[in-house]
Design a protein around this ligand. Structure first.
Ligand code: ZN
Length: 325
């Protein structure tokens, strides 16, 4: 009676296969293959991300040195080229090296990564930007607001909208497909969409300002990129967990709220910290504090998400060994 069996054992959470035996993990059904593999790590993801982080550190130092030689100001077309390069190249290099490293190690990555990258880039231009700058006029708001209202506006308007769009992009496309087959794939999709989204968002920012200055402008772009990557890491963690086990009903909403809060907070900190007190009576500007703060926050978030996922994966493997033994 095959029909009755289907009723009893259900379908695999990952691939949707009809199950002929009962295999579950925390309220979800799995086929044998996916029960054993969903807790596998995706090593090239972490290695490539660390490599690109190191590369960005080198770029930060190189820009500071170049600023000493050429003066802070570049003019004309190089301003635009510099801004677009800082906005787009790190994202493309991340995707390129990730794909290459996975091919070398014979790790199978989702073929949808480039598609998600492009989708995120389009959504940043077609939805996030008109919504934030034409309908809500976030910049006009921020220009007149006090520091505490700027913090709330960054979190409640900017951060929440960015986080929700990035979440929805993954949740309503790949999240429920067989292409989302590991816990770590949450971070994979969270990061690929954040990179694509940040690349467009920052490129449009560059065009708004007619390019960027060598140090201050390019550091501003990197500061914003770091805020988006933190958002992607946090969303990725929550999406990755929620995909493979039953979590409390508020779990995912809490994740989106946290990601939105951090995005807005880092956008705020990334600019406000740069207004430094020079002495008791006058204020100055330094491009460093915001950049270093957001960079440090990104490194900590990366370490935390990596550590948590490794721990969950290890516990899952131990649990599966204990029930099969
Ligand atoms: Zn399966």
């Amino acid at each position: 009676m095959p029909d009755m069996q289907n009723e009893i054992y259900g379908h695999c959470t990952v691939c949707g296969l009809r199950l002929s035996e009962r295999l579950t993990y925390r309220g979800r059904n799995y086929c044998r293959r996916h029960l054993e593999t969903f807790s596998d790590d995706v090593d090239p993801l972490w290695q490539t991300s660390l490599f690109i982080l190191g590369l960005l550190l080198a770029v930060i130092v190189a820009l500071a040195i170049a600023g000493q030689f050429f003066g802070a100001e570049v003019t004309g077309a190089p301003r635009i080229i510099l801004g677009v390069a800082i906005s787009v190249l790190p994202a493309l290099l991340w995707l390129f090296f990730l794909t290459r490293l996975a091919a070398l190690r014979e790790v199978e990555l989702s073929p949808l990564l480039p598609t998600m990258f492009v989708l995120a880039a389009l959504i940043a231009a077609a939805i996030a930007r008109p919504l934030l700058f034409e309908i809500i006029d976030l910049d006009g708001w921020l220009a007149q607001a006090t520091a505490s209202s700027r913090l709330s506006a960054n979190i409640l308007l900017g951060g929440s909208i960015h986080a929700f769009l990035l979440y929805a992009m993954v949740r309503y496309t790949v999240w429920q497909t067989p292409s989302f087959e590991h816990r770590a794939d949450g971070v994979l999709y969270g990061l690929v969409t954040s990179w694509g989204y940040a690349a467009t968002y920052n490129t449009l920012f560059v065009f708004d300002y007619g390019g960027v200055s060598l140090v201050n402008g390019s550091y501003r772009i990197l500061t914003q990129t770091f805020a988006f990557l933190v958002t992607g890491l946090v969303l990725g963690y929550f999406l990755g967990r929620n995909r493979f086990e039953d979590m409390p009903f508020y779990f995912m909403s809490a994740g989106v709220a946290l990601a939105g809060f951090l995005n807005g907070f880092l956008f705020y900190a990334g600019t406000e910290l740069n207004n430094i007190a020079v002495n008791l009576t006058s204020d100055g500007f330094s491009p460093w504090p915001g950049l270093l703060f957001n960079l440090a926050f990104l490194v900590l978030t990366f370490a935390a998400v990596y550590g948590l996922l490794r721990r969950h994966n290890k516990l899952t493997k131990l649990h599966l060994e204990s029930i099969s033994a």
